[in-house]
Design a protein around this ligand. Structure first.
Ligand SMILES: [Zn+2]
Length: 301
């Protein structure tokens, strides 16, 4: 009797392994649960299989990869998952890195901390995985990269995050950090156009047309405002080293401080006009309704 129970557990396990090969994960998971309940010989491996399936079915959840890493670290021998040969110690390392990467990628508060953490993860991909392909990616159905390639992606994000953190206080530093990101993207075979445009914008300097202060970082520390620059005024701007308007003179450069003070004041003024217009509309509506009422009463008489 006892023997047949064990056999049944093992049968369920073998069936589960076949189901994994066919990528029928939900069915396979049930088989492995029952293998554990029945105490099959492969109960420990069944637990690992369940954690692997959970990671496959929920491959954007870092907690799944942490759990899988822990169960893999308890395994001594390699095994097959579907058609993939799994070296438990190695895949455990990949799971921890992936969990860190997904967690840090979601951070939104402190961009400097996020950037530094990403650079740290990139170094680990380089040193711990290197030229080998990342096995767990293929298993859970995400893009398979080598450790080096993954390191380059994560490094590029890291520098971009650090640049976003730096740009408000030091746009030149932000442009330098983006140069590092661009180097990574070029190595990955990307054209890096977005990064190049950002470097150009962050490196550009201008003089505010309104207050005359110099500033660096187009789109961040100075902006363009639609304007009409007369030919007489153009001459003076063309002669100065730091421009206060783009070459077509259809707009002027305005520093962030002037820009926000003008737009906030304009908002306040338009709010006053808006409130007044609404008040007048309501008064008119009341008058019209009173007139409609009196016409109706007259009609009834
Ligand atoms: Zn200004």
């Amino acid at each position: 009797m006892v023997l047949s129970v064990f056999k049944s557990g093992d049968e369920l396990f073998n069936q589960g392994v076949d189901l994994v090969k066919r990528k029928e994960y939900a069915k396979a998971r049930k088989n492995f649960e029952r293998t554990i309940e029945k105490g099959g010989r492969e109960a420990q491996l069944a637990r690992v299989y369940i954690d692997m399936i959970d990671a496959c079915l929920d491959n954007n959840n870092p907690a799944r990869f942490v759990k899988l890493a822990t169960s893999l670290e308890g395994m001594k021998e390699g095994f097959e998952f579907g058609l993939t040969e799994v070296d438990p110690a190695r895949v455990a390392v990949e799971c921890r890195l992936l969990a860190d990467r997904v967690t840090v990628a979601r951070m939104s508060g402190n961009l400097e901390e996020k950037g530094n953490k990403l650079l740290d993860i990139a170094r680990k991909y380089q040193s711990q995985i290197g030229n080998d392909a990342i096995v767990i990616s293929g298993i859970v159905g995400i893009q398979v990269n080598s450790g080096i390639k993954e390191a380059l992606y994560v490094q590029a994000w890291g520098y971009e995050s650090l640049a976003s953190a730096a740009v408000m206080a030091d746009p030149k530093r932000a442009a330098e950090l983006l140069q590092n990101s661009l180097a990574c993207r070029k190595q990955l075979g990307e054209d890096g156009r977005d990064v190049t445009n950002l470097i150009k914008a962050y490196s550009e300097s201008a003089k505010c047309w309104i207050c005359g202060r110099p500033s660096t970082g187009r789109g961040v520390h100075f902006l363009t405002m639609s304007s009409e620059v007369t030919p007489f005024m153009r001459k003076a701007d063309e002669d100065s080293v730091l421009k206060s308007a783009p070459s077509d003179f259809g707009s002027v450069y305005v520093c962030k401080a002037c820009y926000t003070s003008v737009s906030r004041r304009a908002d306040e003024i338009s709010k006053v006009y808006y409130d007044r217009a609404i008040q007048e509309m309501r008064a008119m509506e009341a008058r019209l309704q009173a007139e409609i009422r009196s016409v109706t009463i007259m009609a009834r008489r």
